[in-house]
Design a protein around this ligand. Structure first.
Ligand code: COA
Length: 271
């Protein structure tokens, strides 16, 4: 799996996907959008990659859209601008949101503008305390466009979203965790180890159940109560078919036999 601006390494069933333009603080160029689109498509079908961790090469997570290669150079080339714009919103939005495998953003440094949509698109996020987040668009006389406004609306409290969007002030990983923008924040020196431990913990769970976790949550957000009850009942049958009855027969069956306590340990991890 070779890409010009993205690096993929798979170890312990975890795919580490690095935005790989460290000399440009991993700003998202048109090529990076093409590469991420392709990498996510490829990893979808790699069975060994059970969880994805998205991070940045070097000392930055991602400096947002490439202001030069995307906005400046493509603005006059309308069809290509539209093509990359669509691709850029699609992989960070729909593709990540409904990705069939769990995704974790590992924020190792600067995270600006369009990079907020990577963090929000992932299911989970772990940040370095030292990371710096900023909605810098207002500083160049713009607003959080593309998928970014929706990302803010999805995950931030209104006061936080508008404060940071209207000022361009930066906040660090500790603040990001306080705000619920990331799950947790740890010292940069521990970021890799702690994020990978989380990824391995999740990778050890049943993949069919994990996908149902995501779908059940994400689709229920958009459904009425009645529709959600109907959807999750149907999903239960889907899990049953795909796992060949494993959750009921061994998952619950082994508890009933007194073999383990699911409140305290995982059946999948035990085997
Ligand atoms: N688009 C294009 N190029 C970018 C970029 C971006 N978003 N962010 C950084 N770069 C480039 C710089 O132009 C520089 O390129 P050069 O070496 O060819 O001059 C290189 O990356 C390194 O950045 P530099 O500014 O020298 O590093 P720094 O550590 O002093 O500052 C940032 C890093 C991220 C704070 C600063 O580059 C910046 O403000 N970038 C824009 C961030 C932004 O507004 N993002 C929102 C986009 S939606």
């Amino acid at each position: 799996m070779e890409y010009k601006t993205v690096k993929v390494e798979i170890k312990d069933h975890v795919a580490r996907v690095s935005l790989n333009r460290p000399e440009k603080k991993n700003a998202m160029s048109p090529q990076l959008h093409r590469d991420m689109t392709q990498a996510l498509e490829d990893l979808r079908y790699v069975d060994d990659a059970k969880v994805l961790v998205i991070t940045g090469a070097g000392d930055a997570f991602c400096a947002g859209m490439d202001l030069k290669e995307f906005f400046h150079e493509l603005k006059g080339v309308q069809s290509e601008y539209d093509r990359i714009y669509r691709m850029a919103t699609e992989w960070r939005g729909r593709t990540l949101r409904y990705y069939p495998k769990p995704t974790i953003a590992m924020v190792n440094g600067y995270c600006f503008g369009g990079a907020f949509s990577i963090v929000e698109g992932c299911d989970l996020a772990v940040s370095a305390n030292e990371a710096q987040f900023g909605l810098s668009e207002i500083n160049f006389r713009m607003f959080p466009g593309g998928s970014v406004s929706k990302s803010l609306a999805n995950l931030l409290r209104p006061r936080d979203a508008l404060l940071y969007a209207m000022t361009g002030r930066r906040f660090n990983g500790v603040k990001a965790a306080d705000m619920g923008w990331v799950n947790m924040s740890v010292p940069l020196a521990d970021l890799e180890e702690q994020t990978m431990a989380l990824a391995r913990e999740i990778a050890a769970k049943d993949p069919v159940a994990l996908r149902a976790c995501k779908d059940g949550y994400r689709f229920s957000l958009e459904m009425s109560w009645e529709a959600s009850m109907s959807y999750t009942a149907a999903k239960e049958h889907e899990v049953m078919v795909l796992q060949k009855g494993a959750w009921l027969e061994s998952g619950i069956g082994d508890f009933v036999k007194g073999l383990y306590k699911p409140g305290l340990e995982s059946h999948t991890e035990k085997k």
